[in-house]
Design a protein around this ligand. Structure first.
Ligand SMILES: Cc1cc2nc3c(=O)[nH]c(=O)nc-3n(C[C@H](O)[C@H](O)[C@H](O)COP(=O)(O)O)c2cc1C
Length: 206
């Protein structure tokens, strides 16, 4: 049975993954993309206009989600593509060879929306997909979720806020605001509860 909890993905959380697709010339393409776990076998992704990934996904019914923790592969996939030896052929697509796990996602729904965020108005394609095969390369798989890193940063700022003034204090306040935004977007109930505790204490100190 397909179950995303077998690779540590919990309902409601957003994970940073690398999605692999096939370019029109059949070459592999990789890009970091946030994947929201909607259910044990369903995910949602939001794709901004202009990337190779959105074009490739619009031309295909499936894509591959790779779960990994490798800083170099994340950097290479953001700045361009990892070298070809980083990929393996997987069915009619590609996966990242050194992933902790990867799965095939079958698109079930697509819609395009225009939305306004902190960067202005942009077009976004929202894709729902059904997970229909999970390949685990190791027993313990740890998908990347940014909430815990945000919480650690917020805790560090909290322990230092009484010792800073002026521009540094302003900077800490801005960072706490941004971390709160990220945690509300990507985190689960425990992350959100912990952030509330931090905010309560942080606001007391000001
Ligand atoms: C951690 C991380 C998460 C990202 N998540 C998304 C996302 O959810 N949707 C998106 O459209 N772009 C996202 N991006 C930006 C794309 O990865 C980036 O634009 C990439 O260069 C696109 O590559 P491509 O043209 O090969 O598809 C993310 C980038 C990073 C570093």
């Amino acid at each position: 049975m397909i179950n995303l909890t077998s690779i540590g993905m919990e309902k409601g959380l957003l994970y940073e993954t690398i999605i692999t697709t096939k370019n029109p010339d059949n070459a592999p393409n990789a890009a970091p993309i946030g994947v929201t776990c909607k259910d044990t076998d369903e995910i949602v992704i939001h794709l901004h206009q202009g990337s190779h990934t959105v074009k490739n996904i619009n031309n295909n019914e499936t894509f591959i989600v790779n779960i990994l923790n490798d800083p170099i592969l994340f950097a290479q996939s953001t700045l361009g593509n990892p070298p070809s030896e980083s990929f393996i052929q997987y069915q009619d697509n590609y996966a990242i060879k050194n992933s902790e796990a990867y799965f095939k996602a079958q698109i079930t729904k697509r819609r395009e929306i225009e939305r306004e965020d902190q960067f202005g108005i942009s077009k976004t394609t929202i894709i729902n997909a059904h997970v229909n095969e999970i390949i685990k390369n190791q027993d313990c798989v740890t998908p990347l979720n940014r909430a815990i890193y945000g919480l650690m940063e917020a805790l560090v700022y909290l322990t230092r806020i009484n010792r800073v003034t002026g521009d540094t204090e302003k900077l800490y306040k801005l960072r706490i605001k941004e971390i709160t935004r990220i945690i509300n977007k990507v985190g689960g109930p425990d992350h959100k509860q912990a952030m509330k505790m931090i905010l309560k204490e942080f606001n007391k100190k000001n």
